[in-house]
Write a protein of this length. Structure first.
Length: 210
């Protein structure tokens, strides 16, 4: 694994011909496939973007390549399958992936913390609130995967007329929680594009490639 700003130096030290015939999987943020192919002539090049959940083998990894069905595709997929789900996507979706999946664990952790603090505010011990909301999160994810339905269906199934859930949802609606989360992803997406363009331009400039 190489950080983007160290990549030009690695290429300069190793030379470009050494990559010919090799399989290169880049997990560097921002460095585009076209730049990688120019910098590493003759290499079979992939870009992969994953998240911190690979540490517990529950990651989600997006892989992109310019080739239709390259020889090492199966091997690359098996490597990342050891760490969680694997999704083949067009390169242009990697910024959206980064905003949702790469940054997603931090956003979800923030939401969990808010729910825990809310429970503490109404008298629940913090440790109990934290453990129970993690169970709720895991169970909700498993349920949604099993039914393969829109999340609003589950929401509507939980709601009862005049009950606790609808009262809580009314507050979320009035406070603009859903809109704020949508804007969160949008902001992360725009920043990912900005960072990517800066990094890719730097690598091209250092390696003198177009």
């Amino acid at each position: 694994s190489v950080k983007p700003h160290h990549f030009p130096e690695v290429v300069k030290q190793c030379g470009r011909d050494v990559w010919r015939g090799k399989v290169v999987v880049s997990v560097m943020a921002g460095v585009k496939l076209s730049t990688l192919k120019t910098a590493l002539p003759g290499a079979e090049v992939y870009r992969a973007m994953t998240n911190v959940n690979v540490l517990v083998r529950k990651g989600s990894t997006a892989v992109a390549t310019t080739e239709g069905d390259p020889p090492a595709r199966g091997v690359v997929e098996e490597i990342f399958k050891c760490m969680g789900g694997v999704y083949w996507v067009p390169e242009e979706l990697l910024d959206a992936w980064t905003s949702l999946v790469g940054s997603g664990p931090a956003f979800i952790a923030e939401i969990i913390d808010a729910l825990v603090l809310g429970a503490v505010a109404v008298g629940m011990p913090r440790d109990l609130a934290y453990k129970s909301i993690l169970d709720v999160l895991e169970g909700t994810a498993l349920y949604l995967k099993s039914v393969n339905d829109h999340p609003e269906k589950m929401r509507d199934d939980v709601i009862t007329p005049g009950g606790t859930t609808i009262r809580g949802l009314m507050v979320m609606e009035s406070e603009g929680v859903k809109a704020a989360l949508m804007k969160t992803i949008e902001a992360a997406y725009n920043r990912s594009i900005q960072i990517g363009n800066e990094i890719d331009s730097y690598v091209k400039r250092e390696l003198k490639v177009e």
